[in-house]
Ligand binder design. Structure first.
Ligand code: PLP
Length: 412
């Protein structure tokens, strides 16, 4: 049998995630495996926790990784913080708000949602009104929703939650690393992310951080540990209804007791550590600035091509832009041509935006001048081939102007 070794095509991933990883992240992932209690392993876990405290801007002791994609982090947070019957409030402004609501429903919470039209963020006053009306145990709010590109302001929400005694969880998967995020200053009790957006890694590890208050709630659930079960029958709502996502057990594994739970995904730990190392070496705010400039350049570029940007641009995430597909143009076919002829991937859309917009990302390793200009040049060529009349060089020129006017250096 002669089976060729795996040889994926070279792609420039300029969609809403996953993105092309930093080369050093891929190298870190090919490092040798070690045992889960090897002193190097436990030291690397501890060091990775410290790095992610800086990434999240928190002093939370409970800062760690959940093994699995971003939704593993979401699910761990929700099933561990929410008991059956607890009220959960989910403001929905895109697809991922619906996901939080669904996961909370599966956790048998009493879920209340408020919704705004896609392309908008939720006014803080509407969140407060709903908190007062619903009196939730937990507010679950997405920060950056890639489905609409919106970046929900969080800075005043933590204070609201504290005032009303509500736990505050946010899904920062799409935004962390490319937009401001201040876990402690914003009063966030629980936040989760993934690597495959602005952090510049592959999917498969979900950084999470938990405030002391969140840890207390988790610790108040009944514990099952090494075959010993606390008093109470298994129908008690106090038991966390998942083993894999039981944050109490996961905290004990990452904590000083190192109680065995799962086997930490070693190669993903290496990847997560390297993503944080890259970010902190370049500088946290420098990386956010780099995303801001690359995103502004991409926005100017698509407008320079005569395309219309979707949504409330004032609240757009730095790292992704949605553009309306020109009337009459077969969007998926043109996207396919971009992939096939140029090796560049951009994103399609979901729900009400399906067939209406493409989503173009500038994240992690690809929040860079050359990738932005290459994408715009290729997009122009594809648009022309489909008979769309576009200003010659209008995209590249407008984007290059943004880079020229910025003082941000690409230090990566
Ligand atoms: C991309 C994204 C996710 C992705 O979840 P995965 O399980 O890693 O696929 C989750 N939440 C938000 C807000 C996202 O943008």
């Amino acid at each position: 049998m002669n089976i060729a070794p795996l040889d994926p095509p070279a792609r420039l991933l300029m969609g809403p995630g996953p993105i092309s990883a930093y080369p050093s992240v891929l190298r870190a992932m090919s490092s040798p495996l070690i045992g889960q209690y090897d002193p190097f392993m436990t030291a690397t876990m501890t060091e990775t926790q410290e790095l992610y405290r800086q990434v999240w801007a928190t002093s939370n002791d409970a800062t760690l990784l959940i093994d699995g994609t971003s939704r593993a982090g979401i699910e761990a947070a929700i099933v561990s913080l929410v008991k059956p019957g607890d009220r959960v409030l989910v403001p929905v402004f895109g697809r991922f708000g619906h996901l939080l609501a669904e996961i909370a429903e599966r956790a048998l919470a009493e879920v209340h949602t408020i919704e705004v039209e896609w392309g908008q963020v939720v006014p803080v006053s509407a969140i407060e009104e709903a908190i007062v009306r619903v009196k939730p145990h937990l507010l679950a709010l997405v920060q950056g929703d890639t489905s609409t590109t919106m970046n929900q302001p969080l800075d005043e929400v933590g204070e609201l939650c504290a005032k009303h005694g509500v736990l505050f969880y946010t899904d920062a998967t799409a935004s962390l690393g490319g937009n401001e995020f201040d876990a402690d200053a914003w009063g966030i009790d629980a936040a989760t992310a993934g690597l495959q957006k602005c952090l510049g890694g592959p999917s498969g590890s979900a950084p999470i951080t938990l405030s002391d208050r969140a840890v207390e709630v988790i610790r108040s659930r009944k514990r099952i540990e090494a075959g010993i079960r606390e008093e109470g029958d298994e129908s008690s709502p106090d038991f966390i209804r998942s083993n894999y996502f039981d944050l109490g057990m996961i905290l004990d594994y990452w904590g000083p007791r190192r109680l065995n739970h799962h086997t930490e995904a070693t190669s993903m730990l290496y990847a997560a550590r390297e993503c944080a190392r890259v970010m902190l070496t370049e500088g946290r705010s420098a990386v956010i600035d780099r995303h801001r400039v690359a995103g502004a350049a991409m926005l100017a570029g698509v407008e320079g091509l005569g395309l219309t940007v979707f949504g409330d641009v004032a609240h757009k995430m730095n790292n992704v832009v949605a553009v309306e597909i020109p009337e009459g143009l077969p969007g998926d076919e043109a996207r396919g041509a971009l992939l096939e002829d140029f090796g560049i991937e951009i994103g399609t859309s979901f729900g009400p935006l399906h067939g209406r917009v493409w989503r173009i990302g500038t994240m992690g390793a690809n929040a860079r001048k050359d990738t932005v200009l290459t994408t715009l040049a290729a997009l122009e060529a594809v648009l022309r081939r489909y008979g769309v009349s576009v200003p010659a060089g209008g995209g590249v020129e407008a984007a290059a102007d943004v880079f020229a006017a910025s003082s941000v250096r690409e230090a990566m």
